[in-house]
Design a protein around this ligand. Structure first.
Ligand code: PLP
Length: 466
């Protein structure tokens, strides 16, 4: 017969087990610190996927043995791995840690307040604002009273206009129900990851990459698995290595072409092979296509491929110079779009109504988009020419608005330190390669400024490198 004292005894036991788990976690972390010391002395990377995979298999066996749900067991393992990585990263000294692009930007802004003239080659924000018609449309929409909430997925007119635009551009047939309007490309990516990746699920990220993918994956307790690409290979992902990373826990592959920071566009055959791999294994491809209007050679959208689970994330920020409007969108199957819209509703109800009217107008500004793309292409060309004069190696971009040159010549080079010193001594901001992955020899130069500013900035970089 259950009794009050029975319950108390059981609770006592649960408390003792919980404390025992904490004791073991503490013990595990102290071992992590020891492993960190050994790895540092051997110059080994913090993360080793082979070891992680072994651990995962043994956790699954243990779950079976002790009758624990496997997904739950893997979520706990993920937490333990994350904490171990955090402990190992926290033992890095300041100079080893990656400074973010926004960190560089804030420092540069502080220097400007102190009266310095800083050349901003660190941020990916076009200097041209939105087209005049877009500004007018936003003001008109406010005057006409379009200042209300809308349905979370966005007003149907805008979704229909986007469907028309992508259908014409990629010769496809998506419907407005397959589109959700989001607070910028960033939220489209966050909501896509949150909707499609389970806690403990793995998402492969091809680096160098915009850091938000890993941040979002980790924020929802997913596990980011990195596939590194190299300048020597033209930043081409090695598909065999990619396929070796795929396992039963892989739920997503994140791609971004034209790429930030390399400017790479994936060749058709690689895109096809990647899609086939995802199709075979039932993996979702999240394709970030925010730079698709800045493509200097034909580039494929994930929307062109049938039979693969995919989410295409895009935005008005880059194509139309509308970074501050915070409007983007996601395109996927109707079910995924419902989930993404629910997340949009949860986080911010909807994108403001008048902003959506401005976005509708933007889709009509085809000439402005062409003008912006031509101007960016010229600027990227100019940056490349100046980098060549300095004798630096880089991949000549196929798109986007960045160049990612290799600056370091030996192991002692530290991109973060270089970027900070360059900012302090020459008042030029660049984004260190470590922001985008394990690229301590590289910096990202953003071609979003006038040609005059770019030339002056590059001249100062040249002087600094002498
Ligand atoms: N994706 C990539 C690759 C980016 O570089 C950025 C911004 O820099 C974004 C998405 C986010 O753009 P948005 O301003 O639309 O949030």
């Amino acid at each position: 017969m259950p009794s009050e004292s029975n319950l108390e005894a059981l609770r006592k036991e649960v408390r003792a087990i919980t404390n025992e788990i904490m004791r073991l976690v503490g013990l595990r972390l102290s071992l992590t610190e020891k492993i960190d010391k050994v790895k540092r002395s051997m110059r080994l990377p913090i993360v080793d996927y082979r070891v992680e995979r072994d651990l995962k298999s043994s956790v699954i066996d243990a779950c079976k043995r002790y009758n624990v749900d496997e997904r739950f067991g893997l979520r706990i393992l993920n937490l333990l791995i994350e904490e171990a990585v955090r402990v190992q990263k926290s033992s890095m000294d300041e100079s080893e840690r990656a400074i973010s692009v926004m960190g560089m930007f804030s420092l540069a802004k502080r220097m400007e307040k102190e009266g310095k003239k800083v050349i901003h080659l660190e941020v990916g924000e076009p200097d041209f604002g939105p087209p005049e018609n877009v500004k007018r449309a936003a003001c008109d929409a406010i005057s006409r009273g379009f200042t209300k909430y809308t349905e979370p997925s966005g007003i149907s007119h805008l979704r229909e206009s986007i469907a028309e635009y992508v259908n014409e551009r990629h010769r496809i047939d998506v419907s407005s129900e397959q589109i959700a309007i989001t607070s910028g490309g960033r939220f489209s990516i966050y909501a896509s990851i949150l909707s499609a990746l389970s806690q403990g699920g793995e998402a492969i990220v091809i680096q160098p990459a915009w850091p938000a993918y890993i941040d979002c994956i980790e924020a929802i307790s997913g596990r980011a698995i990195v596939l590194k690409t190299k300048l020597e290979d033209g930043w081409r992902p090695d598909l065999e290595s990619l396929s070796n990373l795929v396992n039963d826990f892989t739920e997503m592959i994140v791609i971004n072409y034209p790429n930030n920071p390399t400017g790479k566009v994936l060749e058709s055959r690689d895109m096809k092979a990647l899609v086939d791999l995802a199709k075979d294994r039932g993996i979702t491809i999240l394709s970030d296509e925010v730079y698709s209007e800045y493509s200097f050679k034909p580039s494929h959208s994930i929307l062109e491929f049938d039979g693969v689970k995919s989410i295409c994330a895009s935005s008005f920020s880059k194509s139309y110079g509308m970074t501050g409007f915070r409007v983007g969108y996601a395109i996927s199957d109707v079910n995924s779009i419902r989930k993404i819209s629910r997340i949009q509703a949860l986080a911010s109800t909807s994108v403001p109504e008048f902003i959506q009217y401005a976005a509708m107008e933007a889709l009509k500004c085809k000439d402005d988009v062409k003008r912006y793309a031509n101007s960016v292409r010229r600027r990227v060309g100019l940056v490349c020419k100046e980098l060549s004069k300095m004798g630096l190696s880089y991949y000549e971009p196929d798109g986007a608005f960045y160049v990612f040159p290799k600056i370091g010549k030996d192991d002692s080079f530290n991109a973060g330190k270089f970027a900070l010193d360059l900012l302090k001594e020459k008042s030029v901001g660049v984004a260190p390669g470590t922001t985008f992955g394990d690229y301590p020899d590289y910096v990202r130069i953003s071609a979003c400024q006038s040609e005059r500013s770019l030339l002056e900035g590059l001249e100062r970089i040249g002087e600094f490198l002498k």
